[in-house]
Design a binder for this molecule. Sequence first.
Ligand code: NAI
Length: 387
Amino acid sequence: MIVEPKVKGFICTTAHPVGCAVNVEKQIEYVKSKGSFEGAKKVLVLGASTGYGLASRIIAAFGMGASTIGVSFEKEAKGKRTATPGFYNTKAFDEFAKREGIYAKSLNGDAFSEKMKDDVINLIREDLGKIDLVVYSLAAPRRTTPDGTTYTSALKTVGEPFTQKNWNLGDNTISDATITVANDDEIMSTIKVMGGEDWSDWIDALTDADVLSENAVTVAYSYIGPELTYPIYHDGTIGQAKAHLKKTAKEITSRYEDRGIKAFVSVNKALVTQASTAIPVVPLYLSVLYKIMKDKGIHEGCIEQMDRLYRTKLYSEKGYMIEGDGMLHVDDYEMREDVQTEVMKVWNEIDSESLFRLADTEGYWLDFYQMFGFRIDGVDYSADVEV
Ligand code: NAI
């Protein structure tokens, strides 16, 4: 069928299989253009189908030449419904890896479940023996814990409501949006979903099953950002979950000190992904930031970020490049003083009239559409494709 984008608010309900494949191929080409480097050899990526997880898997396979197992939760095509982008991305990744003789197996299902943990452990035992890098890149709205309780994360502030400028994507106006205050239950639930508990469970399950090698590394992703969005990312429900993630990294490292297992949190740059576009205020911040960083020639996407993380911070010749706060940082360009000073200047000024002039709205939408495989150069969108 001919696949066209169907956008509703911050979500697109269709995905283009060929566009998604080209997207993956471009990321692979980027990594290859930088050359190979020594790193992990057997890698498990949780949340491997889109965004930072997909980019991590690409750098592992095509930068470090690693065998990879990827876990994600995606929907297959059904009738006239296309599959989700992550489904097509994964299929494409597996094919590209196979073509180059690189081991890649992908599992589709709930990474929070015990069944998925068992399935992955069995697969590692059968095919790889032991894993030396575990990437934890899940971004999920809810989690069902092994006791059957389902927790749903909330996008709220803690303490006081937060009102800030917001780009209404429907009519391109800017008006204030208010993010409401979470109650204790919502804070706890968000920590359950987006905090470190499941990450820790994974590492326990893998070590108990003896499928994690000595001196293995595990990394999870976080975001801090500027003070402007602190009420969301730093102090809000997501912030509480990310604080838990940071605490979990320390706990994992000390729990497995005798085996030399090290857990890190990498603080990444704000980018358009399926997880970030759903948050109020964030699309405007992203498009202002994109414009400033592109003007300065320091803009990066997921693949550039992950390439820099693994090549220069985790597997660098100088060892682990941990900053003073105990975390790895590839948000360094975003957080540069000159960048943030300009962001704030524009932020104070921007309104509905100056939106297109002061923010990179085009870049935002391009990233958005490309996430679903649309608006990609060289793809014939009038052609019939197999979904
Ligand atoms: P994403 O939405 O692009 O990817 C999420 C991945 O998790 C997908 O592969 C999806 O299939 C998988 N997933 C979701 N629920 C699952 C489940 N129950 N079982 C198995 N797989 C499941 O998200 P993105 O943005 O790449 O986020 C990944 C991590 O990076 C998150 O921890 C996020 O907080 C962090 N991060 C994101 C930033 C951003 O601006 N997008 C900035 C800094 C950190």
